[in-house]
Design a protein around this ligand. Structure first.
Ligand code: TMP
Ligand code: ASP
Length: 246
């Protein structure tokens, strides 16, 4: 296959091949979807904001010894990544009850969980990314028992680093979704992105349940000021990253 061919187009990113078969170029789009693409829109500047935030956060993970697919970010909305085979799993970590956890269990939004909850969803758009039981995960052979243990450990490690990082930004990490892939050597690497599209982020300096939202819930729930919230997250992440490197 020649270089720079479109390999895959997802809802938020396009993956291109490069001259190196082990390296792909991810282009972050401004397109936004929710509820399995039943709601569609665009968030001005989102591609660049999410690519920049993700690049900083994936670098944080690498610095903490967590293997990721991140290589570098040649332009604002592009990221060079190691080619991995993505596991068809969405690994969700929750610190505070929100979203589908509340909808499916009746727990009030904002309930502080005694310990982080790790959940696995089947990454399958046709089925609407359903929540998996452990038994179903193994029935479908989506990962081995060893990989599931490894994924849980990694997800909790990411949660510790990410929660602390966002706390320093004055932001509470409510929950987030991770994806992992296997590289050519079979190493499990954190992949995809970490951004306001994939995290719930609440502003510490605002108690109002709508005003405090700094993530894609603003788009999902038509709360307005979506671009401004994403921009605010970017500014705080950049300020924190700069402060750490001083
Ligand atoms: P949920 O409460 O809707 O299950 O979402 C949990 C977390 O996962 C939340 O931070 C948003 C993120 N997420 C995605 O990144 N992609 C998705 O398709 C969905 C449904 C959630
Ligand atoms: N990934 C979801 C979609 O398919 C969006 C979301 O709710 O995060 O549209």
């Amino acid at each position: 296959m020649s270089a720079h061919q479109k390999l895959y187009e997802g809802k938020a990113k396009i993956l291109y091949t490069t001259d190196d078969p082990e390296i792909l170029l991810a282009h972050f789009k401004d397109d936004a979807t929710a509820f399995n693409a039943q709601k569609r829109g665009s968030i001005a500047g989102k591609g660049e904001i999410n690519c920049t935030i993700s690049s900083h956060l994936l670098r944080e993970m690498e610095a903490a010894g967590i293997a990721t697919h991140f290589i570098d970010s040649p332009t604002g909305n592009q990221m060079r990544v190691r080619r991995v085979q993505i596991l068809p799993l969405e690994v969700v970590v929750r610190n505070i009850a929100a979203g589908s956890l509340c909808k499916q269990t009746g727990l009030p939004v904002g309930t502080l969980l005694k310990q982080p909850l790790v959940e696995f969803f089947y990454k399958n758009d046709d089925l609407g990314d359903p929540l998996l039981t452990r038994e179903r995960l193994f029935l479908l052979e989506l990962a081995t028992p060893e990989q599931v243990e490894q994924l849980k450990t990694l997800a909790l490690q990411v949660n510790d680093i990410l929660s602390a990082f966002f706390q320093r930004c004055g932001i509470t990490l409510v929950d987030f979704k991770l994806e992992f892939g296997l590289d050519r050597d079979g190493t499990l690497r954190l992949a995809d992105e970490i951004s306001p599209d994939t995290c719930r982020l609440w502003n510490n300096s605002d108690d109002d349940p709508d005003r405090r939202v700094m993530d894609k819930d603003r788009f999902r729930r038509d709360l307005g000021n979506v671009e401004e919230a994403y921009q605010q997250v970017l500014e705080r992440v950049l300020a924190q990253t700069n402060q750490q490197s001083e």
